[in-house]
Design a protein around this ligand. Structure first.
Ligand code: NDP
Ligand SMILES: N[C@@H](CC=O)C(=O)O
Length: 345
């Protein structure tokens, strides 16, 4: 499988290392991933026969700027358009930053690839939260796959679990602790009594916060994931404007201490539920006690709970945020495409 990587930050670098580390396991699946392009904002690297991964990974150990690596052309001329013109990739891995207003640059990358009959696996929530239906239809028309497992909690199998394992039922409500950064911040504050801003810094250092961390702490990342899950699994076309969104920026060490003294824990909870025959969507800080199914999702872990009419209630906990688990969720989608699993029917 010939792939092009677009967006080469924390998740992209972890992904590249992962496909190299997992080479033997992937080969046992009959899957040989050949990386033809890695494209970042200022240029890229290209080899039509596949980049030499050990050599490139070794280069990255001492140099961050990929445009200093020469293989197959002038780095500044290796961009997204160049990749499309060459028609030598089967799958795009799109990992540029999430932009909740325009979805760009990911929106254009994903649309153009689907139009060119190139499968897409993405971690980028922007295009999916803004235009999932349109992108789904585009993928279907062009008979290619668009896989989004990484966009709704990375390693936590939220969207794929919902599509596959709740198939044939009606999902009537979705709730979850869907953002690792805020959950980590709250746990750090519980454990060390530190300020919210100090805990945020640690989350950023570990690579789990968004490029723009206000998306995490103001609740938009949770809202984006909830929105994608709701649109995909409940067949709606809601937008962020339909969600009442609250973040964690006002939480103080005193609030956390008080919750602890009551044997409770704060969690940023996203919820879609039916209220008076209308879907109500909220993201808000809640104080949960141990009877809540979401109580156990600690630190970078997350949790999602589905209620369905015929398959009952299902809570999935774990899937800690991190660049490697996020990268692994992209690999999971690629392996499933290779196995013939159809996310787009
Ligand atoms: N970090 C995580 O744990 C997770 C992240 N995600 C999502 O994955 C995506 C990537 O996250 P992450 O790797 O952490 O983010 P980073 O900010 O580390 O990486 C994004 C990369 O994309 C590059 N980029 C920006 N614009 C373009 C462009 N036009 N063309 C090509 N490359 C571009 C950036 O370059 P530069 O830095 O020079 O601007 C940067 O190298 C985001 O959409 C995020 O929401 C999803 C799940 C988990
Ligand atoms: N910033 C996000 C990363 C994954 O989506 C998070 O903290 O969960």
């Amino acid at each position: 499988m010939r792939i092009g990587i677009v967006g080469f930050g924390g998740v992209g670098r972890a992904f590249l290392k992962l496909i190299y580390d997992k080479k033997c396991l992937l080969e046992k699946e009959g899957l040989n991933i050949q990386v033809n392009y890695i494209i970042d904002i200022y240029g890229g690297v290209y080899n039509k026969n596949g980049l030499d991964l050990p050599k490139f990974i070794d280069f990255l150990s001492s140099e961050r700027d990929i445009t200093k690596y020469c293989d197959g052309g002038k780095p500044e001329e290796i961009n997204f358009e160049f990749m499309l013109q060459n028609s030598d990739v089967d799958l795009l891995v799109e990992m540029t930053p999430t932009n909740k207003e325009t979805g760009e640059p990911g929106m254009t990358h994903i649309k153009r690839c689907l139009e060119h009959k190139i499968n897409v696996v993405t971690s980028n929530k922007g295009p999916i939260l803004l235009a999932y239906k349109e992108l789904y239809d585009l993928a279907k028309t062009n008979n290619v796959q668009l896989c989004i497992g990484c966009t709704t909690g990375g390693a936590l199998p939220t969207v794929n679990g919902g599509v596959m394992d709740l198939a044939g039922s009606n999902i009537t409500s979705i709730e979850g602790v869907l953002n690792g950064t805020t959950n980590f911040i709250i746990k750090e504050m519980e454990d060390t009594g530190c300020l919210y801003s100090e805990a945020l810094k640690k989350a950023q250092e570990s690579g789990i916060a968004e490029t723009n961390p206000s998306l995490d702490v103001e609740g938009y990342d949770t809202a984006s994931k909830l929105l994608i899950l709701t649109n995909v699994l409940m067949n709606t076309q809601k937008s962020l404007a339909d969600i009442s969104i609250e973040g964690i920026t006002k939480v103080t060490p005193e609030d956390i201490k008080k919750a602890t003294s009551l044997n409770k824990k704060y969690k940023l909870v996203g919820k879609t539920e039916m209220v008076s025959k209308e879907l109500k969507m909220t993201v808000k800080l809640e104080m949960l006690d141990s009877s809540s199914p979401l109580y156990g999702g600690e630190g970078k872990n997350k949790a999602v709970r589905y209620v369905s009419d015929t398959l009952g209630e299902l809570t999935i906990i774990g899937g800690a945020s991190g660049v490697t688990p996020a990268a692994a969720s992209i690999l999971r989608d690629i392996v499933n495409i290779h196995r013939g699993y159809k996310f787009i029917g």
